[in-house]
Design a protein. Structure first.
Length: 94
């Protein structure tokens, strides 16, 4: 199970690193598709859980869900920040 934990940790870190560079709606949408989308990296990682031995699946599933929640929360925060920045730019332009 250490391998799946390491993979999830690496995926989470990579997702958060790339998310921090998403500065507009287009890049946020591309990031969302790449990591949280139906064919994204997280979905691909979660599909591998079925290949684990039965005894390891519950723990790996919990770790995967925790990673997903962390990534989704970071996405929501970044999306809010981008929207606020765009609104500020629009107001300044007027």
């Amino acid at each position: 199970m250490a391998a799946i934990d390491d993979a999830l940790q690496a995926l989470t870190q990579r997702a958060l690193d790339e998310l921090s560079r998403a500065g507009d709606d287009a890049s946020l949408e591309a990031w969302h598709n790449a990591f949280l989308g139906r064919n994204g990296a997280l979905a691909a990682q979660m599909r591998t859980l079925g290949q684990l031995p039965v005894a390891e699946r519950p723990g790996a599933g919990q770790a995967a869900n925790a990673a997903k929640q962390k990534i989704e929360a970071a996405y929501a925060a970044q999306a809010q920040q981008v929207r606020e920045g765009e609104l500020t730019r629009q107001l300044e332009a007027e």
